[in-house]
Design a protein. Structure first.
Length: 272
């Protein structure tokens, strides 16, 4: 978005008497320019990332932002009234993985990435930060245990994903011999689904199906790819790095490494 368009948007919010802040925030360790609309302290303030949007009609965009605030205030009222009730929150906890997360987030190292927990609401989510543990009177271990319990994933053959994207049949798909040996793993809603690589029971089931250890390729923070470890080649490191740099948005990149899941030891490690 051009500076002129941003200035036009800022001026329009000023005309209608709505505070707007232009700032920089971090998403998965990547700095993003954005505008935040609404009164400071209002937890329902929507954030719009300037490099991810195109605005043709400024009036239409401003009305959309104001509607987001109204809808958000209704949802945030329910959240604020219940956030201290762990029985209400616990089924909404979700394990996530990323390159970086804010210092005050509850987090732990997981090989070369970070494991943390989100509370996932309808149309939104929030990272669990340390003050919430005191409010709920639970330990870090208990938090991760509940979040692990809620893990639900979708495992789909790569052939199925390709057919869905290209709208073709098996007979028309080049190189497919009818045997699926590459799978895409994510959450049911494809939101922060790379945490599938943390789910031992899921990896065990796939390793048993393959009768082999697993090779895990990080596609993004939202999904990972799994295949037989017998397919491993050191050149895959270069392939993952190239795909990350050319195909994956910086804030959605997980890692340039590839991983091995040992079915005997039931653990994941960086492949070598």
């Amino acid at each position: 978005m051009t500076i002129e368009k941003v200035n036009e948007i800022m001026k329009k919010f000023d005309e209608v008497g709505v505070p707007v802040e232009q700032t920089v925030v971090e998403k998965n360790g990547v700095k993003k320019h954005c505008i935040i609309v609404g009164e400071d302290g209002n937890q329902a303030r929507p954030i719009f990332y300037l490099d991810e949007m195109e605005v043709d009609d400024v009036d239409e965009f401003v009305n959309h932002a104001l509607n987001c605030i109204k809808g958000g205030e209704i949802k945030m009222k329910e959240v604020s009234e219940n956030i201290g009730n762990f029985d209400w929150v616990k089924d909404k906890l979700r394990i996530c993985v990323g390159k970086e997360v804010s210092e005050d987030a509850v987090q732990r190292k997981f090989m070369d990435v970070i494991q943390y927990v989100r509370i996932v609401f309808e149309d939104g989510s929030a990272i669990v930060k340390r003050p919430l543990l005191d409010m709920w009177d639970i330990s870090e271990e208990e938090l991760f245990s509940y979040a692990y319990t809620n893990m639900e994933f979708r495992v789909r053959p790569m052939s199925e994903v390709i057919k869905e994207i290209m709208v073709i049949d098996d007979d028309d798909m080049p190189g497919f011999d009818g045997e699926d040996t590459i799978y895409v793993m994510s959450t049911m809603d494809y939101y922060h689904g790379a945490s599938a690589m943390c789910c031992t029971r899921l990896l065990d089931d796939l390793a048993e199906q393959f009768d082999d250890d697993l090779l895990i390729l990080p596609s993004s923070i939202h999904e990972v790819i799994a295949t037989k470890f017998s397919q491993f080649d050191p050149c895959m490191y270069g392939m993952v790095k190239e795909v990350n740099e050319s195909q994956v948005a910086p804030e959605e990149r997980l890692s340039d490494n590839v991983y091995k899941y040992s079915r005997e030891e039931h653990c994941l490690s960086i492949a070598s």
